[in-house]
Design a protein around this ligand. Sequence first.
Ligand code: F6P
Length: 760
Amino acid sequence: MRITLRLILALVLAAAAVVFISTGFQARQEQVRLEEELERRASVLAESLQESAEPLVASENLEGLRRLVQRFGDRERLAGIVVYASDGQPLAITASLPARFQELPEIAREAVQTDQGRDAFLVVGQQRWHLEVLPLHRAGQVGGALLLVHDASYIDVQRNGLWRQNFVRLLFHVLLISLITLLIVQWNLLRPLSKTIEWIRRLRTGELSEHESLPKGELFGPLAREVTHMAKSLTVARAAAEEEAKLRHAGESHWTAERLKEHVRSVLQGRALVVVANREPYVHIREGRQIRWVMPASGLVTAVEPILRACGGTWIAHGSGDADRETADAHGKLKVPPETPSYTLKRVWLTKEEEDGYYYCFANEGLWPLCHIAHTRPIFKADAWAEYQRVNAKFAAAVLEELEGTEHPCVLIQDYHFALLPRLIKARRPDAMVALFWHIPWPNPEAFAICPWARDLLDGMLGADLLGFHIQFHCNNFLDTVDRLVESRIDWERFAVNRHEQTTLVKPFPISIAAEEMNEPYTGGARPATSTIRENLLKGLGVTASYLGVGVDRIDYTKGIGERFRAIERFLEQHKEFQGQFTFVELGAPSRTLIKRYHDLGAELDAEADRINRRFQTRTWKPIIFLKKHHSHAEIAPFYQAANLCLVTSLHDGMNLVAKEFIAARTDGQGVLILSGLTGASRELHDALIVNPYDIDQTADAIHVALTMGEAEQRARMERMRQTIHERNIYRWAADLVSELARLRPAREPKVSPAAPQAV
Ligand code: F6P
């Protein structure tokens, strides 16, 4: 308020001063104009009178002179005329002229003496006069003078009138403009500003609920965004500090982003951290004229991204978005996350042939079904293998370029897309500490051996210092495979492979999520009760039901989505009382759709959901809602928060992070997780209802158990699982991996000579 008052006062004073000066200037100009006009008029009149008066003076015709002055004496603004003799005596004078002009004034005397015309303004008392004098000649000599006296006081009156009029008018205009400006400032600036100040104050004092957002407005858009980010960081920092304090108090060992950051800093001691993964964490896509980014549906991204956020470094990935090139620099680099940049994303560009051969064909039609026992036959093609080698070499070149000028850098390679990369990097940079984490299962030796290039793949992988799998079982399978297929010495005590003077340690690192950060704020404001979120979701989907189930997957044949649908069908057959009561929502993200098997799967699942729905659905209810599109974390969050059960029925899965995300979201301690025993997650989440996804009846039973489970049991199970994922979160995963890698000191110094990896 004080600001507004000050603003008003300042505006009024400034406006008044400006108007005063400018109208004063105008009035002065008007005065000059009027004076010049009067001078001109007086001079013309004097000259014409001079012509008439001189013969009369010469002939000493006083009567003629008197008539002359009387005739001209009543002209507009002319106060009078005087004709003087050369001795200064008035010969003729207008009767109405003040007596003081009877005497020859000084100016007339000068005109007579110099024989030159004169004019001047004269102020007498309150009155202003204009005097115009011309000498009168008689026989070539100055014989007198002619004086014209004008009343000039009208000039002051007009000047003052004009000034007053203009001043009032202009002041009114300026005040009006100032008032409008003030109102605009008040509405667009001061109000949002005071709301912002109030918001920041409440944030600082902790009175603000996390969902109350800043006032919006065009002017405040960027500020609001920045302050919101700052507020988020503040909230996160405050929560982290509280968590740290709590943990210190409880004496527990818990990993947070901050702790990981410190840990990685002390372990790496300034060495560069580079992550290589096929999938990038931020994909830029074009929508009409706009470019926006999306975070892809990927367990790998969910897990690894928080690590880079915490520790910084570089993530090297395939630039797959149609607007990726426009949003990166000439080196394919950009700072991410877009809102709070904290690490570098370096995009590697692939041709269509490379992407088809390396990603779609060799990695996803070959290695993916090879490693997942889901009874889809792997396809191996020689030209796809050539592309796989070429792209691995391309990524190796990108990594090596990034490692230039660094010493003992730490390289974390992700997944089955890059089996050859560890060897390619180590050949050129033996000083680098290289880890490869395999995010999918590893099959038994017989299964793996059917790959025509099984030995090449193993050779590439054994270039790494450290090889990670989710569970010990996959480590054992890998060591068995190495034992069977390549010449090497296996140290079964340390779980290490010695080959060509290189030791590769093979260890399980069960991957996880940033559990605390998964609790996405409820999008509609302050988080309502679980039952209200559920009602709203079902209403939004156009069904009436009491129970909600959720599944969240990439649409992939390994996820057992069809088996899940059939288990729901069986459950409804067996428990008719749940018909019209239970709706299952599958949030399916289309994935790898250029592969026929994946493309067909989408249609198969649609048909299966339709078939089951037709059997049971009513006018207001249906059992399965299959939403086939990319869903953001914020869109998925309310489903996790409100579902009575979550179904994870993968036929084979390295870990499965959906199971962990569901648990992380259940701050209310409710909800039941039904989890396939064929996932890595089932080794940790013992309080889930573990099922064999191939056993439709068993899954149907589990659905019934989940929907009839008492609140207390749900809470007890959920609490134990929540404790597990909080203790074994992604920060601990990263800390374990980096610590283990840092312990393995590379023996040799960097080589300079070998040629860069060549594409085949
Ligand atoms: O689960 C294996 C995996 O490669 C993950 O690492 C990744 O999150 C997921 O599949 C997604 O696959 P894509 O990157 O091919 O979409």
